[in-house]
Structures are given as structure tokens and as C-alpha cells.
Design a protein around this ligand. Structure first.
Ligand code: ZN
Ligand code: ZN
Length: 271
């Protein structure tokens, strides 16, 4: 059998998995937002539709190299992904997760800084920053050029750094959850993960919010290491402004509702 058909099927399957994973994760956290902070995304419907479309396009760009690698792994033993737990010492399991996260963070920090240069920004990264403020649906809202920079890093890492298949699953789960929650518009994690000495090295929504507010700072993905080393860390953002904007929008909506009702001859007094 030609290699093209299984290769194509693997790429399609991975695209579907990445797309469904995005819809489930972003949908789940968008629902949590609705329950916890009703009205936070009010007035952002058109933006959220755009975020979903860009994200689904990104799912294909992420799915294709991942599918090719998954096929090569099964058919030809490409990649350093291992399944027998005894193939490496046990201590290597957590170490491999940290190594992957740090390597991904390093790649992200420098490509992200590059994308804030004027030309790459106009050409590609402006799509991600068109979300003002971002929502849980913005996790993969990237121009294809930016999606490509994000899509190649894990496939490149699995070619060179050994990792157990379950540890790789954990890395991908962390990547998904942080990608969504960093854009959610509120802090879901306990204070010690974003405040205090421990939080001083980790990135959650409070940190990434400031990047979306001020652009030229807080470029990291998981850790504040590179931001702190390169003096681009400006500390945590403030969600109060985003929440106040949402409350203003809600107020405007209510007033508009009164106008419509009165225009129809209604007598809504409490709207
Ligand atoms: Zn972002
Ligand atoms: Zn940016």
C-alpha cells in the first residue's frame, strides 16, 4: 500500500483530535466563565466567532506535522517517544515533563518576541492581538504563520528528547489548559501559583493579561524565567478593568433594551 493514504489519514485524525480538544477545552472554560463571571464576554460574540474560526484553522496546521510524526513513530520508530516505563529511570518522568515545558517556553518566548517586531506583527501576530480582551476561545486564534511556529516545536522535541507517552500526554494537557486559561479574562488558579515567591516564576492568566493590555512585555508561556532574565517582565495584569468594561457593556445593553422596548411602545421601568 502506498504510504500516502496512511499518512493522510494520520494527519486528518490528528487534526480532528486537536480541533475537538480545542472545542472541548475552550468550550468548558467558556462555560465556567459564564457561571463564575456572567456577562464577562457580553458584546464579544463577533470576536468569539472569529477566535473559533482562526483556532480551527490552527488545528489543521497543528494536526498535520503531529499526524506525520505519529505515523512515522508507529510505522518506522521515528521519535524518542517510549511506551515501556522501564526504558528509562523513573526520576526521568518528571524531569522530561519539565524539560519539554522549558524547551517549549524558550521557543515560544523568542518566536513571540520576534513576532512583536513591526513586520511579523502586521503580517501575523496582529490576528492574535485582535482579541481585545481575549476570551477562552482565543487559545489557538493565530494567523497560519504563527500557528506554524507553534505547531513544529513539539514534533521537533520528540525527535530528539526521550519522553514516555504518558508524560507527553501530560505536556499536551498542560499546554491545552494553559493556552485556554491564560486568555480567559480571570484567574482560575490558587494564589500561590501566581502570587508570592513560587508564582513569581510561573505564568497564568494574570501575567498574560498584561501582555494583551500592553503588548511589549510578558512574552512567556509557562515560566517567567526569560521575561525576568531579559527585563521584559512587567508583573501581573489587572482584571478589574476588563470586568468594568464588561459591566459597562452590560449596562449599555440594558439601556439599549429599554430603548427598543419603548420604541415598541413598551413600558419597561426596571430594565
Ligand atoms: Zn495571548
Ligand atoms: Zn503577543
Amino acid at each position: 500500500m502506498s504510504v500516502w493514504l496512511p499518512l493522510l489519514l494520520s494527519a486528518l485524525a490528528m487534526t480532528a483530535i486537536v480541533g475537538v480538544r480545542y472545542l472541548v477545552a475552550s468550550g468548558g472554560f467558556a462555560l465556567a466563565t459564564r457561571l463564575r463571571h456572567p456577562g464577562l464576554y457580553r458584546g464579544l460574540d463577533a470576536q468569539m466567532r472569529r477566535e473559533v474560526l482562526w483556532s480551527l484553522a490552527s488545528a489543521a496546521i497543528y494536526g498535520i506535522p503531529a499526524g506525520i510524526l505519529a505515523w512515522g513513530w508507529r510505522a518506522h520508530g521515528w521519535t524518542r517517544v517510549y511506551t515501556a516505563i522501564e526504558a528509562m529511570p523513573l526520576w526521568y518522568l518528571p524531569v522530561s515533563v519539565l524539560v519539554y515545558l522549558f524547551a517549549h517556553d524558550t521557543w515560544f518566548y523568542w518566536t513571540h518576541r520576534w513576532m512583536h517586531r513591526p513586520r511579523p506583527f502586521r503580517l501575523a501576530h496582529a490576528v492574535h492581538h485582535a482579541s481585545r480582551p481575549p476570551t477562552a476561545w482565543a487559545a489557538m486564534a493565530f494567523h497560519p504563520i504563527e500557528a506554524l511556529t507553534g505547531a513544529v516545536i513539539i514534533p521537533l522535541l520528540v525527535l530528539v528528547i526521550p519522553i514516555h507517552v504518558a508524560a507527553l500526554g501530560l505536556v499536551l494537557a498542560i499546554m491545552t489548559v494553559m493556552g485556554v486559561t491564560n486568555h480567559m479574562g480571570w484567574e482560575i488558579f490558587p494564589r500561590f501559583l501566581w502570587g508570592g515567591p513560587f508564582g513569581g516564576w510561573l505564568i497564568t492568566a494574570s501575567h498574560h493579561q498584561r501582555h494583551h493590555d500592553q503588548y511589549g512585555c510578558n512574552y512567556g508561556l509557562y515560566f517567567r524565567f526569560w521575561d525576568r532574565l531579559c527585563a521584559t517582565d512587567r508583573g501581573l495584569g489587572n482584571f478589574a478593568a476588563a470586568h468594568a468594561r464588561a459591566a459597562r457593556r452590560a449596562g449599555d445593553d440594558r439601556r439599549a433594551g429599554v430603548g427598543v422596548a419603548r420604541g415598541r411602545g413598551g413600558t419597561d421601568r426596571d430594565a
